[in-house]
Design a protein around this ligand. Structure first.
Ligand SMILES: O=C(O)CCC(=O)C(=O)O
Ligand SMILES: [Fe+2]
Length: 348
């Protein structure tokens, strides 16, 4: 059952956090401490916040959204030239067709199409083809300087912002763990950028969403939204309400993924979220996922507030386990098919 949007929360309780004090060598320790406190609050209440003062130029952010519009406006044959089916092994690169993903097992396939790139791992590298590692696939019809260059520059800048956030999040923990907590995790990290396009939603079927309700499996996500084109909603279990997240220019929406939730033994929240494009116009967004070194071992920290789960696993094992569980739920949902007029084939 999909709950109704809570209109009284239109202003959104998702906090705006300005981290410029962490990029300014002249900033006072009080100013830096205030940022840590704000992060602590947001990661304990929603696991979501809206980031400003991140140092990424507005021009580059706009270029990324232009890249998304340009890519999705191409003829289908040009998009299929870089179809994900052609990507190396489990690298997860390239184009995913509309309704090619079903993030919510009991809903219809997502009303979105996507194009995925990540940290470049050459075909000859021993990691190529392993989960989330491999060469990017660039459409031959687009100019390198207009497409590949800004996207790779953005990926690189997002990686730096994510790593700065990790350090701040470490300091936001009540008993800050050792400084090297994320050292191995940050070595050759798996990073992914997705360009997404959500056409206007015309279906009145409540199981039709742009992106079904889900949590992100990795470490941390930084989302660029087209300003004035909202659609992202965060589930707030305490009030059983979907909180809309505003789409404001220069704001990057950050959320904690399941990996950091588990690593902090549940201290930082990984919130369920979804997207519905209720507007009559197209919506474009670009989430960046920082999954860290997929071979890195981690086990939950003792936060002193709930029983410990001491299982040690790799980042890859964790994410693949999450994917497997979602696939199994989807299979179960398929075993109880939807009414005929709602059936849509899920493509993998
Ligand atoms: O497009 C958005 O606003 C969010 C997408 C998202 O949650 C995801 O890709 O994990
Ligand atoms: Fe997500």
């Amino acid at each position: 059952m999909i709950a109704k949007l809570d209109a009284s929360r239109q202003e959104s309780a998702i906090q705006v956090i300005d981290i410029s004090a962490w990029l300014d060598p002249q900033a006072t320790s009080e100013a830096r401490e205030a940022v840590i406190e704000a992060l602590h609050f947001s990661c304990r209440t929603h696991g979501f916040f809206s980031l400003i003062g991140h140092g990424v130029s507005l021009d580059l952010q706009r270029q990324v959204l232009v890249c998304a519009k340009t890519f999705f406006a191409m003829p289908m044959e040009d998009k299929m030239e870089v179809s994900m089916a052609k990507s190396v092994g489990m690298s997860n690169r390239g184009y995913e067709v509309l309704q090619g993903q079903a993030l919510q097992p009991d809903a219809l396939p997502d009303l979105k199409e996507g194009y995925f790139i990540g940290a470049e791992v050459a075909a000859g590298d021993p990691r190529a083809g392993k989960f989330l590692h491999g060469p990017n696939m660039w459409p031959s019809t687009l100019n390198e300087s207009d497409f590949q260059t800004p996207l790779m520059e953005y990926l690189s800048q997002m990686t730096k912002v994510a790593e700065l956030l990790l350090e701040m999040l470490r300091q936001a923990l009540p008993k800050p763990p050792p400084e090297d907590m994320f050292e191995e995790f940050k070595q050759k990290p798996s990073t992914n950028l997705r360009l997404l396009h959500y056409p206007p939603q015309r279906s009145f079927d409540e199981r039709q969403l742009g992106a079904g309700a889900h949590t992100d499996f990795g470490g941390i996500t930084l989302l660029l939204q087209q300003s004035g084109a909202p659609g992202l909603e965060v589930w707030h279990p305490q009030t059983s309400a979907w909180i809309p997240v505003l789409a404001v220019e220069d704001h990057l929406v950050v959320n904690i993924g399941d990996l950091l939730n588990l690593w902090t033994n549940g201290y930082f929240l990984s919130a369920v979220h979804r997207v519905i494009n209720r507007a009559p116009t197209d919506r474009y967004s670009a989430p960046f996922f920082y999954n860290g070194n997929t071979a890195c071992n981690f086990s939950p920290l003792d936060m002193g507030f709930r029983p410990m789960n001491t299982t040690v696993q790799t980042v890859e094992g964790h994410i693949l386990g999450k994917l497997k569980a979602t696939r199994e739920k989807t299979q179960n949902a398929k075993a109880n098919p939807l009414p005929k007029n709602c059936e849509v084939e899920v493509q993998s």
